[in-house]
Design a binder for this molecule. Structure first.
Ligand code: GLU
Length: 301
């Protein structure tokens, strides 16, 4: 029987899967399956300039080797621009979008956008289109605290004006920003639970604000701790963390379950991925996932 639970894994195509993204994939998969839910796969390939050729094939291949089977067709953000445009147009109508031509250099070192271009409100989508290549589009944020209860990290939230300030929804090169795309896609797929890496924890209030503006219901959230390497640096594709090898799928899954606090039985150490996942689905306990970023000896760059 399926329930209303819909989860998803949404890797960017900036490189092959590394251990940190396997953790996020595994946690979201297990949470969905343990709740008799669907688990979708979306490729976040909007950022064409940063997409790495061959990454898609490598990611799908790695998921298959780890027996992480998704439901339905693979969704690609690059094929969904019309949807983002429709949402963008709605935001234009709400009157909070403005053109920003501040250079990267002028904003360097600032964590909060200083509001320089705030008065350049956009009145139509064509207004924004005409500025492609010249200006990014930001959304004005209110002095409202956007809070949520994360199933791993507990109560989270921040006032956007103090934390990020007005943020970009369409880049200067005309590409829609991740913040907008993720909100539109999750809502369109009826995603009920977002389980993803804790590196995105502080993006969530911005996404909640966009949902508010677009009249969308927020999903539940669980953020998975980020695994660090020996030096304490976050493992990410950008730091060239070692790609996981599909050949070691069983061992990778076992280690990932340990890091997720699931205490897999030692007899499972050499079990096939499918066997490990069957055990993990039956024993999945989200409340055992530690809310700390963990040093890991297993993974080294
Ligand atoms: N594509 C994003 C990433 O790989 C994740 C998006 C999300 O889970 O919201 O960092």
């Amino acid at each position: 029987m399926t329930t209303g639970y819909v989860g998803r894994f949404a890797p960017s195509l900036t490189g092959p899967l590394h251990f940190g993204s396997l953790l996020a994939a595994l946690a979201s998969y297990l949470d969905a399956r343990a709740n008799n839910g669907r688990w979708l796969l979306r490729l976040d390939d909007l950022d064409v300039p940063r997409s790495v050729p061959g990454a898609e094939r490598e990611i799908l291949n790695a998921l298959e080797h780890h027996a992480l089977e998704w439901d339905g067709p693979v969704v690609r953000q690059s094929e969904r621009t019309d949807r983002y445009r429709a949402a963008f147009s709605r935001l234009v109508d709400a009157g909070e979008l403005f053109l920003c031509s501040c250079s990267r250099r002028s904003l360097r070192g600032l964590t909060v956008y200083p509001g320089t271009c705030r008065s350049r409100i956009i009145h139509s989508v064509s207004n924004a289109d005409a500025a492609t290549g010249l200006a990014a589009v930001r959304i004005r944020v209110p002095a409202t605290r956007y809070a949520f209860v994360d199933e791993v990290f507990g109560v989270q939230g921040e006032s956007l004006d103090a934390h990020t300030g007005d943020f970009i929804v369409r880049r200067r090169d005309g590409l829609f920003a991740y913040q907008l795309a993720v909100v539109v896609d999750d809502a369109a797929a009826h995603v009920s639970h977002v389980v993803r890496g804790a590196d995105l924890l502080d993006n969530t209030p911005r996404q909640l604000y966009l949902m508010d503006q677009l009249g969308l219901d927020p999903p539940g959230y669980a953020h998975i701790p980020v695994i660090t390497d020996r030096t304490g640096a976050k493992l990410s594709k950008q730091t060239f963390a070692r790609a996981i090898t599909p050949r070691d799928a069983a061992m990778n899954l076992y280690l990932a379950l340990e890091l997720l606090g699931q205490e897999p039985e030692p007899e499972l150490l050499h079990a096939a991925p499918r066997v490990l996942l069957a055990w993990a689905r039956a024993h999945w306990a989200l409340n055992q996932v530690p809310a700390t970023s963990r040093f890991s000896d297993f993974v080294s760059i």
